[in-house]
Design a protein around this ligand. Sequence first.
Ligand code: AMP
Length: 111
Amino acid sequence: MDCIFCKIINGEIPSEKVFESENIFAFLDINPKAKVHVLVVPKKHIESVKHLEGSDEKIMGELILVAKKIAEEKKLAGYKLIFNAGREGGQLVDHLHLHLVSPDVKCEHRI
Ligand code: AMP
């Protein structure tokens, strides 16, 4: 499948990995829009939020909990979790992903 995020998950394209579990992969956004900008993605190829099915409920719960865990580990005081859905919603990569963004000035390192 010609999907850039599937290739990142498989290691075919390099990334700065932040977290990996059985179902979830997280890495630094290559073009950060904030001091902290992590992409949290399901390993399963789901095109977008618009393509979610009932059976994806568990994986989507895991996705959000992983974002929370990363934010806690990095001691972020506050952050935004954003899904862009569809071209009109600003989605450029057709593999569902959650943006974890934070301008936290107390976080010394971009994660
Ligand atoms: P979206 O507009 O919601 O589809 O966001 C896609 C995000 O993927 C953008 O913020 C890009 O900077 C990011 N991105 C694209 N290619 C890569 C890559 N190879 N490694 C890391 N992030 C990427």
